[in-house]
Design a protein around this ligand. Structure first.
Ligand SMILES: [Mn+2]
Length: 465
């Protein structure tokens, strides 16, 4: 036996003699154990948990937060808890598990804080001196308004029949007695419960949008530096805003200059930004409460449209206006899409790219899609593509209701090698995307403060320089 420990160390760490371990466990001031007041999200999450418990009354329901993911060797990606877990529980800790018991009581299992009674606080790479203090279970309970339990006690539930939200924690899935169809019902319920945002969620989305608008201003101001370097400058500048004003970007920023705009999810962002070309910026700040914005603007790099760029931009703008006019309660989810496609197809006809808009708009034709490529809307919330587990009948084939938040994002993309369009259009890609809340009598454009009409964009850019 050795008097040195290598527990929790990496190959490059010095070994620690017993004398050091003993020395490190003494001489520390008492911690302040004052508990904070319940946070303003707590009542909303409590209501959601009660709704979930009522839907599956008498059953045990298990929703894990997910764990750290390795980036390389012993470095992990920054942790971001799963969205359903966040919606219900709100703890930022990895490996946490929400359990709703058969009697409806909600318990949050998570790792306790490492206090000074164990050397782990400085020997373990998850210890307090390595990653900073974790709140105690009492502090978590006070802040989130939920009963907490040490993570290790979860083992006691081994073999319990439960519905588990799958895909986040294989260990948790293995612990319970589960049934695939029952688990799927739980995921579907959560996806559909999240369709309608409550007032607190709408506030969070507006904050994310407002921070994103600031980020767009930062990037528009920084376009000269992007020209001197690459699209990465835009990505970096927006990322700075996202980290300062929120948790992070809600998805990989798309900073697509020139023909890169024709690649829908261009995230390499390593291209040149050239005077006289456009730059398509699709970016969103994920706020501190993990709700994300999703906004796109296409800007002339030098602040002024060429006539041809403006022609394409104006067409996309008019199609977005048509889509926005359909954003009201009772409309089909697909109505904004259809309205935008009609305007775009007619514009393509005017530009001589399709012969007959009426013909290509037919359901069994849709050749216009060669240039429009994608749907105009998706739901938005904790996930950029929110409510992914909702059934078609309540999402794609459903109707818009007050409290739904969706994007409205038509685009036109003329690939650089597309021989079916005039040469001077090739390599032009335009998308305009806003975040829209359906209200009782129509909608509110949450991102309406960021100019999008062609004159407004030029004036906005001129004002920033
Ligand atoms: Mn989007």
């Amino acid at each position: 036996m050795t008097d040195e420990t290598t527990d929790g160390t990496a190959s490059h760490d010095p070994k620690r003699p017993a004398k050091l371990l003993e020395f490190m466990s003494t001489g520390w001031a008492e911690k302040d154990r004052t508990l904070s007041a319940e946070g303003d999200a707590a009542p909303h999450r409590r209501t959601r948990r009660q709704r979930l418990a009522a839907r599956f009354a008498g059953e045990v329901l298990v929703v894990p937060s997910g764990g750290l993911k390795v980036r390389a060797n012993d470095t992990d990606f920054r942790f971001r808890p799963g969205s359903d877990f966040t919606w219900l529980a709100g703890s930022p800790e990895p490996d946490a598990v929400l359990v709703i018991e058969a009697d409806g009581e909600a318990l949050l299992y998570q790792a306790p804080s490492w206090d000074r009674t164990t050397p782990a606080f400085f020997t373990d790479r998850q210890g307090e001196l390595w990653v900073g203090p974790r709140p105690s279970l009492d502090a978590v309970a006070a802040e989130l308004g939920i009963t907490t339990r040490p993570l290790e006690e979860l083992e006691k539930l081994q073999g319990t029949k439960a519905r588990v939200l799958r895909g986040y924690d294989a260990k948790v899935e293995a612990l319970f007695e589960v049934d695939e169809d029952s688990d799927k019902e739980l995921a579907t319920w959560l996806g559909e419960a999240r369709l309608i945002k409550d007032a607190w969620e709408i506030e969070q989305l507006q904050k994310a949008v407002d921070a994103t608008i600031k980020g767009f201003e930062d990037v528009a101001r920084a376009l000269p530096q992007a020209q001197a370097t690459s699209e990465r400058w835009a990505e970096g500048v927006f990322g700075l805003r996202a980290r300062v004003e929120g948790n992070d970007v809600g998805y990989g920023s798309i900073c697509a200059a020139g023909a890169h705009a024709c690649t829908l999810h261009w995230t390499d962002n390593d291209g040149q930004v050239r005077d006289g070309e456009l730059i398509l910026l699709d970016m969103g700040v994920e706020g501190h409460e993990l709700y994300t914005a999703d906004i796109t603007r296409t800007l002339p790099v030098n602040g002024t449209w060429t006539p041809r760029q403006r022609q394409v931009y104006d067409l996309v703008y008019r199609s977005q206006e048509a889509a926005l006019a359909e954003c009201k309660p009772g409309a089909a989810f697909t109505d904004p899409h259809k309205a935008a496609m009609k305007v775009l197809a007619e514009g393509l006809e005017e530009m001589g790219i399709v012969e007959s808009a009426q013909e290509v708009l037919a359901d069994d034709d849709k050749r216009y899609s060669r240039w429009t490529l994608h749907g105009v809307s998706h739901l938005l919330g904790l996930d950029v593509h929110d409510c992914a587990h909702a059934r078609d009948e309540s999402y794609r084939d459903g109707t818009l209701q007050p409290g739904v938040v969706l994007t409205v994002e038509p685009g036109l993309y003329f690939q650089p090698d597309d021989l079916l369009v005039p040469e001077d259009l090739r390599g032009i890609g335009v998308r305009i995307e806003d975040d829209v809340l359906i209200t009782e009598d129509g909608h509110v454009n949450l991102s309406g403060a960021l100019p999008r009409d062609p004159d407004g964009v030029e004036a906005w850019m001129a004002g920033l320089r």
